[in-house]
Design a protein around this ligand. Sequence first.
Ligand code: HEC
Ligand code: HEC
Length: 252
Amino acid sequence: MRFSLFLAAVACLAAAVLLQVSALGSRLLRADPDAIPATEALMAFALGRGKALFEVRCAACHGISGTGDAARGVPDLSDGDWLYGTGLVSDIEQVIRYGIRSFHPKAWNLAIMPAYGTAQPSVRDAKILPLSPGNIRDLVEFLMSQQGRAADAASTARGAEIFVGAGGCYDCHAADAKGDSAIGAPNLTDHITLYGDGGRAALWSSIAYGRHGVCPAWVAILSPAEIRETAIFVYSLSHPRSPAKAALLGVQ
Ligand code: HEC
Ligand code: HEC
């Protein structure tokens, strides 16, 4: 008799915990994604779950702590620098849902880095014409100088002209080479590089052979709740002052 009372109490407690979890779960889904970071209870609820999902679904490419892999063109998600959008939870959710160049019709797929060293640099835009090896060398020197590295002066001057002229680079990366996060064209003037170390060989490869990094679409694999939880975890990686992240990662 006493034992069955005990069992009933345990069952009640479990039910109460489950109810609370499902209440938080539905609050999380109903919330404006960009308001969630200000709500500590929702952050705490989502972060642990998002971290576990990230480890299973994303870490193989992005690394266990989200710092990416320059050898494979996988961006660092913890540096506060965004190829797409401005790092809002809603921006991150959009990427997770539909991916980047993932073949999903709603994926970010607005721009692809042309392969200027080939006969047809872009399959999408026939107006983009090939560049000679000399032109590409000049562009490499120009971009080295833009990053504040040592570069040949005469070559840099020629490269600057090609960038805003015949190369058409400004069209996607902007005339000041600072990129465009509405189409995922990286800033070419900072120390953050998507591919390799941003040195001459990596720049040459990007310009001559093109780039088209792919992040998969998760909309058919993860539930809306899981997508949101993962987005919250990714958001927390670049917001280290969040108390929830501090607790999670043991940061002071
Ligand atoms: C049609 C749009 C478009 C044009 C035109 C274009 N780019 Fe790009 N470029 C991109 C995109 C998009 C990426 C990122 C590709 C990715 O994420 O895989 C990129 C990436 C790069 C990178 C690699 C950056 C990094 O951080 O590793 C370099 C270097 C680069 N572009 C230089 C140039 C130069 C020089 C030109 C002109 C000759 C040019 N791009 C023209 C869209 C463009
Ligand atoms: C197969 C490798 C791979 C997997 C798995 C993967 N990604 Fe990506 N992800 C990439 C690559 C490559 C890019 C850069 C795409 C580009 O060049 O524009 C990227 C870009 C992103 C971006 C955009 C970053 C920015 O600067 O704007 C976010 C956010 C992101 N991934 C989140 C995730 C999450 C969350 C998961 C797991 C649910 C995931 N990715 C799984 C390869 C991957």
